[in-house]
Design a protein around this ligand. Sequence first.
Ligand SMILES: O=C(O)[C@H](O)[C@@H](O)[C@H](O)[C@H](O)COP(=O)(O)O
Length: 247
Amino acid sequence: MTGHLVVVHPTAEVLAEATAARLLTRILDVQSVRSPVHVVATGGTVGIRTLAAVAANPVRDAVDWSQVHVWWGDERFLPPGHADRNETQARDALLDALDLLPAENVHAMPAAVGDLDPEGAANLYASELAEHATDGAPVPEFDVTLLGMGPDAHVASLFPGHEALRATGASTVGVHGSPKPPAERVSLTFEAIQASREVWVVAAGAEKAGAVAAALGGAPRDEAPAAGATGTSRTLWLLDAAASSEL
Ligand SMILES: O=C(O)[C@H](O)[C@@H](O)[C@H](O)[C@H](O)COP(=O)(O)O
């Protein structure tokens, strides 16, 4: 597929290391020309492993973390601090170790508190995104959006054939009935994801091979949502050998 760069690493471990190094380099490159830098984090195994690899990489000390904003592509709509929240896992893997990253630059999606529902949480997050955007845009121009991908080719919490996938006119959507637990989630929409300068889809494991082949082989985004994960200047597919085995 034109405009997509596919990079294959031998194992999931090397993939996480390489993606972490690439992410740090990307942040440093952007910081040489503009600030702040907007990074969208992902949940999922490879995504969290990548953050842990950033934490362990000494290059992290070269980054001006005071000028980095961290957002999420999606969140599991659970109580604050729940171990399954993408935010909790990202804090444990990396964010809590970054002393120079200001607390207000960490833009977690709202947790399930009181009578807030996924739609309410999505609306709150949309407002926060708009506050940090420029020129009246609904979202910042994300410098890098990291996205894990499921074996069904879902990205963020946009699942095949699910109504949230077709949400338009907003940067965020509340998700009910997610096939991957928990059922309630909050997600960026395709519109928001596609406002990213760079989108990196990161996937490891043989169970992802069919989804990788479908998304890169031109399957419609309704069937293979990852096909709709594109950046305005670059789209990278960062894979391990097993995930690339059907290409
Ligand atoms: O809430 C989540 O789990 C993520 O948002 C989801 O999109 C994830 O990135 C993929 O499902 C891949 O997850 P794995 O890397 O664990 O397979």
